[in-house]
Design a protein around this ligand. Structure first.
Ligand SMILES: Cc1ncc(COP(=O)(O)O)c(C=O)c1O
Length: 368
């Protein structure tokens, strides 16, 4: 069959491999004939969403009507929580879509982007799709090296992506690190600060977003409802920035990009502050538990500010991942992030973490 059209795909797309999501529980059950599976692969909140969110979803009506394309009620709630005006907010089908929209707005074959080497893969995908040149900057202690970022910025740079904390490494940048960087670059360049995991951070010097938004009009902050809010399946996130910039991004956004159930669920989740705080606490306790187990096993890991830990293994991470799968534990190999000997594990509930550690011990023993 003639498929000559394949020669005409946009430049950049030929080098993209489809995004490989973490394996699903159902797939692994079937493939390995297992009854018990623990999934710690995609940095979801293992406690799930607030019971108040479930109530809202169960009571949802009017599924035959289009959602509010402007997301007014949710934006109003977010503006209260974030202390910004609704005009400064853009809603996305996951924060992923906000990253896409900002890329669509500013990237082309004539422009360039800059991000760190071991950073969230979507920055690279969004750049490649548009045929933009991108610079993957070498990391410093697995984290973003912002001084080195400066060496890659030029007159063609339109977007810089900074994940804070970073996925998959869990490293973070302080408020001063980011402010100093923003002062050093031209405000013709948009800096995207991706805060998908910010709720989990426990340091005093973490960024203060309002101060940054007030001082720098070229910053877009992105946040997700997929992590601590436990709404991954509903696909919802948002961006905050200068109202003029957000207005332009809204021109690119598809109508009705965020479904009505997700909008209502997100409001209910933001309202249940106690539940969110309890999730943070649980994560901190379980992170300590896992650190202790890993220390006992003499395994190295990157200290994390997120709900996941990057563990260095003495063997190939993909092989460890495959062996763990057979034992009913789904983690994430991260060779894609040029970390072939690491695995990334989401911090789960205690019984999940215990199960993971037990199976990891067995796996490492079997490799010796
Ligand atoms: C750093 C980072 N940013 C953004 C996202 C996208 O999240 P979502 O589109 O589910 O909001 C993820 C998801 O894993 C992430 O790790």
């Amino acid at each position: 069959m003639n498929k000559k059209y394949l020669q005409h795909i946009n430049p950049g797309i030929d080098s993209i491999r489809p995004y490989e999501a973490g394996k699903s529980i159902e797939d692994v059950m079937k493939e390995y004939n297992l009854k018990k599976i623990v999934k710690l692969a995609s940095n979801e909140n293992s406690l799930g969403p607030s019971p108040k969110v479930i109530e809202v979803i169960n009571n949802f009506q009017n599924i035959h009507l289009y959602p509010d394309g402007d997301g007014k009620d949710l934006k109003s709630k977010i503006s209260e929580v974030e202390n910004v005006s609704p005009e400064q907010i853009i809603l996305g089908n996951g924060s992923n879509e906000v990253l896409e929209i900002i890329s669509q707005t500013f990237l082309s074959a004539q422009s360039e982007s800059v991000f760190s080497k071991h950073a969230f893969v979507v920055y690279k995908l969004a750049s490649k799709v548009r045929g933009s040149k991108f610079h993957e900057v070498d990391a410093k202690s697995w984290g973003h090296d912002l001084d080195k970022f400066l060496e890659h910025v030029n007159e063609k740079t339109r977007l810089i992506f900074i994940a804070n904390p970073n996925n998959p490494t869990g490293t973070y940048l302080s408020h001063d690190d980011i402010v100093n960087f923003l002062k050093a670059i031209s405000n013709e360049i948009i800096v995207v600060i991706d805060l998908a995991y910010f709720e989990y951070v426990k340091t005093d010097d973490y960024i203060r977003t309002n101060e940054i938004l007030n001082e720098f009009s070229n910053v877009v902050i992105t946040k997700s409802f997929s992590k601590i809010h436990g709404l991954s399946a509903l696909r919802i996130g948002y961006g905050i920035g200068n109202a003029d910039l957000i207005e332009i991004m809204n021109r690119v956004r598809q109508p009705f990009n965020v479904n009505a159930i997700a909008q209502k669920a997100a409001i209910a989740s933001l309202n249940d502050v106690d539940y969110l705080n309890a999730s943070v606490e649980s994560n901190s306790i379980e992170r300590e538990y896992l650190y202790n187990c890993l220390d006992e096993m003499s395994l190295k890991y990157i200290p994390s500010q997120g709900n996941f830990i990057c563990i260095e293994t003495p063997f190939n991470g993909k092989k460890i991942f495959e062996e763990l799968l057979k034992k009913g534990v789904i983690v994430r190999p991260i060779e894609l992030y040029e970390m072939p000997n690491h695995i990334r594990v989401t911090i789960g509930k205690r019984f999940e973490n215990e199960f993971f550690i037990e199976k990891l011990k067995q796996t490492l023993k079997s490799f010796k």
